[in-house]
Unconditional design. Sequence first.
Length: 199
Amino acid sequence: MIKTGNPVISIYTEMTPNPETMKFVANKLLYPGKSIDFPDEASAKPSPLAQELFSFPFIKAVFIASNFITLTKTAETADWQDMIPTVKQFLKEYLEEGKAVINEEEVQKMKTERGNEISADDDDVVKRIKELLENYVKPAVEMDGGAIQFKQFENGTVTLMLQGSCSGCPSSMITLKAGIEGMMKRMIPEVKEVVAEAE
């Protein structure tokens, strides 16, 4: 029987710098222009897809972006190569059936912070920090299956939240200090230090 109406979905995987995470890329927009992080099962209410992914015993965290999902596995003993075919098949079927990825109403209920979006009450320095994150940092970290969100700027210190493959990644501190902090200090003299929010 040939299904009509729903496009054929293809999913491919990409390694990330974090050995605990794998990036699953779809040929379909999942969450256009946005990303959302579910660091644990309790936070997954806004995403029917994330809720189902957490039913896999080896999934510890789910990060959904425009056209990819980054999954973090639990057990160091479990090998991604053994789990990839199962997850790919699940994602393919889920997306081909046209099921909801994100429930935007639930996201709005949760939204207390604005992340990298510039708001009217941001001062000049915060606006420049957010623009730099959006234009320079976001494209690079998304390629690695992650995201970095602005939390606050206080007394010369920028606090960022690491999401997706960036969270818990051994090389994320190097990226944060050598990459992002170096660039921010050069481009925004008011920035003295960049730190990650403690989990």
